[in-house]
Design a protein around this ligand. Structure first.
Ligand SMILES: Cc1ncc(COP(=O)(O)O)c(C=O)c1O
Length: 383
């Protein structure tokens, strides 16, 4: 196959060459174990601490609140486990459109640990009903039950954004623990986590041109976060296991670059997104977008195309042309059911649902090529 047109950047991104260059020494010459006391070990330890300091500065928090992990899934699991096990949370409020890294974890604790859980109401755009969140927390507070609220900052399939300060404010008024899965926003927005009054936040390096298998858990000083798995004393006794030094360096470099170039990249990617929205709307005047025009993640556009071709078949046609897009979260692709996110939205989504997601490495030509091919396939074969 000739060229790949990669429009699935919410699933993962290609590593930035500068990130790779920063990592390489830690995959070759600088191989010391950070727990070893000799010089090459101390060198690894000191780069990890320098990375922690830099990540903390970029996110506006103390280095003591940053823990390096293997990614978003582990960070989400640790935050939820810690809340249930150590912070006395007996009820979890989440939304039906969270990533499975949250939904399946919540389900696990509800089934095994006799924790109760409920979904906050959402509207057809995937926006949280804050009055419902308030009412649910108020009811639990009256019963004397401590709650964990776990709500994602941006939905990975449709891009809908949470009003983080408002959600945090509501949680605070009922003394609830608040975790946000920020996997699609940290690295894509300038974030001052200390201003957000969160207890926990999760991020993942491969969503912003860093390496896969890297991430952070932000846990504020009140949480006294404890390990999910036990072993050595790495990460101040919170995350056992020899550190992924090259990964930590890569995560940090990727975050640094994305914050340095934020204004430029944000504008550029917004423009790609608009080009796709306008291109599809002009080819298919009756189509609907699942991504709200306002208040949504600029890297994602979810479209409900007016065709009976079906999500999976269209993906195959596009794949044959080198166009990579998805019908939902990467973790559920290949399953023969529709995305849980699309099903949870209270609207008619009978058409063919495709998620496009963009990065600084895409061009307007990529967008025009994809729009042209989708139009050709649908109009000539599935009209
Ligand atoms: C919103 C969200 N949360 C969590 C994850 C899981 O992150 P990771 O792949 O780093 O485990 C993803 C990845 O698709 C995601 O989009």
């Amino acid at each position: 196959m000739e060229k790949i047109t990669y429009l699935d950047n919410a699933a993962t991104t290609a590593i930035d060459p500068e990130v790779l260059a920063a990592m390489l020494p830690y995959l070759s010459t600088h191989y010391g174990n950070p727990s070893s006391s000799y010089s090459i070990g101390r060198q690894s330890k000191s780069i990890i601490e320098a990375c922690r300091k830099q990540v903390a500065e970029l996110l506006g928090v103390s280095p003591l609140t940053i823990f390096f992990t293997s990614g978003g899934t582990e960070s989400n699991n640790t935050a939820i486990a810690s809340s249930v096990r150590d912070l006395n949370c007996k009820h979890i409020i989440t939304s039906p459109i969270e990533h499975h890294a949250v939904l399946k974890t919540v389900e696990y604790y509800c089934l095994r640990e006799k924790i109760t859980c409920s979904f906050v109401a959402i509207n057809a755009a995937g926006e949280v009903d804050y009055t419902d969140l308030d009412a649910q927390l108020q009811a639990k507070k009256k019963e004397g039950i401590t709650c964990l609220v776990s709500l994602m900052h941006a939905n990975n399939e449709i891009g809908t954004l949470l009003d983080l300060p408002l959600a945090a404010e509501i949680c605070k008024s009922y003394d609830a623990i608040f975790h946000s899965d920020c996997v699609q926003t940290i690295g894509h927005y300038k974030m001052d986590l200390s201003a957000q009054r969160l207890h926990f936040a999760s991020a993942s390096g491969h969503k912003f041109h860093g390496p896969k298998g890297t991430g952070i858990l932000y846990a504020n000083h009140t949480t006294g976060v404890k390990p999910l798995i036990y072993g050595g004393g790495q990460e101040r006794n919170v995350r056992a296991g020899t550190e992924n030094v090259a990964g930590i360096v890569g995560f940090t470099k990727a975050l640094e670059l994305s914050m340095q170039n934020y204004e430029k990249d944000n504008l550029y990617i917004r423009n790609l997104n608009l080009q796709m929205r306008n291109g599809l709307a002009s080819e298919f005047p009756v189509m609907e977008f699942n991504t709200p025009e306002e208040n949504s993640l600029y890297t994602v556009l979810n479209a409900n195309l007016p065709s009976t071709v079906g999500d999976e078949l269209l993906l195959i046609y596009l794949d044959n042309l080198g166009i990579c897009v998805s019908s939902g979260s990467a973790c559920s692709s290949g399953n023969d059911y529709r995305s849980h996110v699309i099903r949870a939205l209270d609207k008619n989504n009978d058409g063919t649902t495709i998620r496009f997601s963009f990065s600084k490495q895409n061009s307007i030509a990529d967008i025009d090529f994809a729009v042209g091919k989708i139009s050709e396939i649908i109009k000539t074969q599935f009209a």
